[in-house]
Design a protein around this ligand. Structure first.
Ligand code: ATP
Ligand code: MG
Length: 405
């Protein structure tokens, strides 16, 4: 079917007044951003719905993109026809035909906003239903739980016909929930946590620690590629790469082995806090999940969290690994995440990190390194990249490699 427009229904719009306006405005912006390469579209975000007029653009690729936009409850492809019953009959029969399989039932659900239309609701239902029965042998009308429901809206500016209701991503439009940083590694968990943060309307800036030469160019490229994968949920993402080599080397030199990991994590969180404040972000997301590894016990979190006053949000804290993997597969980050590049956290990891570090001992251990100086030098060398949908980082790397071979 070549539809003429797509009608988008808003999600969680329980809030009123200004919040509601912000929600609609931001969703409109996000939809425009996601669909920017379809040049002929007209997008208008109205009070209760958003309309996308297709002007000949392909409805199915547009609907594929819309499925990723947070703040959308459902959407329907719609056919707009002239306000005359004969044109409506023809198109309704066509829509039903395109979905019909033997044995299916149907129903016409008419809303008549244009009170001057010559037929009343009953008469419209009869006329459209009759057209379907004439056109498709053996099809039966059924009022309760029909297989196909045609919604026919008779408005002042035309007749709008639709039959499919497609689930959107739910959540809140990215940008309505303020801005936060996300500690993004190259693993499975942090991209999933990013997705869940964005789902609640938060715009995220990625903070990634890397330790050349212990970690490769490819590990960095992988984190950027994961970020690229996440752009389809909210548009461009700022990626902050923070050099971590000097810090790790000094910790390795000076801190007792049992506390290496805890002190490293504290330095990561200290640096992230500094960047968060500098960028006027209001919180820090991580991909931590309770009980997964040594650094993710409550004792460990307490010893690490000690360095910040900012809210640290952990959307995965109660999810099982299998649940996390399922989401990673759905958002298409899993295959990238399992590529085996060394992460800076696995460099210098002692064989048995302490699972229950003592907070006071942790502070003592951290005092063995030059916290201020190390932070200043790392922050001086932070690089910021703006990552756009469709950019390639890993494949570009492969080319470099094949040239070297
Ligand atoms: P992930 O799958 O996200 O790597 P994980 O289960 O491997 O998580 P850790 O490696 O202990 O667990 O990391 C816990 C969290 O710490 C990560 O989810 C991420 O938020 C943060 N983190 C770890 N390594 C880095 C890094 N190199 N850069 C930025 N953040 C990191
Ligand atoms: Mg990891």
């Amino acid at each position: 079917m070549q539809y003429t427009e797509i009608m988008v229904r808003y999600g969680e719009l329980s809030t009123k007044g200004k919040n509601r306006k912000d929600f609609i405005k931001q969703l409109g912006k996000n939809v425009k951003r996601v669909l920017h390469n379809f040049e002929n579209l007209e997008i208008s975000a109205k009070r209760d719905r958003l309309h996308i007029t297709l002007n000949g653009e392909d409805s199915s690729s547009i609907m594929n993109r819309l499925k990723d936009v947070f703040g959308i409850e459902t959407f329907s492809p719609v056919m707009k026809v002239e306000k005359d019953i004969e044109s409506a009959k023809k198109v309704v029969a066509e829509i039903v035909k395109s979905q019909y399989k033997p044995g299916m039932t149907f129903k016409i659900d008419t809303r008549r906003q244009d009170k001057n239309f010559p037929l009343n609701t009953h008469e419209i239902n009869d006329a459209l239903g009759g057209a379907v029965v004439n056109e498709i042998d053996g099809i039966k009308a059924q009022m309760k739980d029909p297989d196909i429901t045609i919604r026919a809206e008779f408005r002042m500016n035309g007749i709008f016909l639709s039959s499919l209701t497609i689930s959107g991503a739910g959540g809140l439009p990215v940008g309505t929930g303020g801005r936060a940083t996300m500690m993004l590694s190259g693993g499975i968990d942090s991209p999933v946590a990013s997705y869940l943060g964005m789902k609640r309307g938060v715009r995220l800036d990625m903070v990634h620690f890397y330790s050349p030469p212990y970690t490769s160019e490819q590990a960095l490229a992988k984190a950027k590629q994961l970020t690229e994968k996440l752009t389809r949920f909210g548009g461009n993402i700022q990626f902050l790469q923070v050099p971590f080599t000097e810090i790790q080397e000094e910790i390795k030199d000076k801190v007792p082995e049992g506390y290496l990991m805890t002190v490293q994590r504290r330095m990561m969180l200290r640096l992230t806090t500094a960047l968060t404040l500098k960028r006027h972000c209001k919180g820090i997301f991580t991909g931590e999940s309770l009980g997964q590894v040594a650094s993710q016990t409550l004792e460990s979190m307490m010893a690490i969290n000690d360095v910040t006053n900012l809210p640290v949000l952990r959307p995965l804290s109660s999810l099982d690994k299998t649940e996390i993997i399922r989401i990673a597969e759905n958002i298409d980050t899993y295959d990238l995440s399992i590529m085996p590049f060394e992460d800076c956290c696995t460099v210098f990891t002692p064989p048995a990190p302490r699972t229950k570090p003592n907070l006071y001992r942790t502070r003592e251990c951290e005092a063995m390194i030059d916290v201020e100086g190390l932070m200043e030098r790392a922050l001086d060398k932070v690089k910021i990249v703006d990552i756009k949908n469709g950019e390639e980082f890993l494949n570009a790397q492969e080319d470099v490699f094949s040239e070297l071979l």
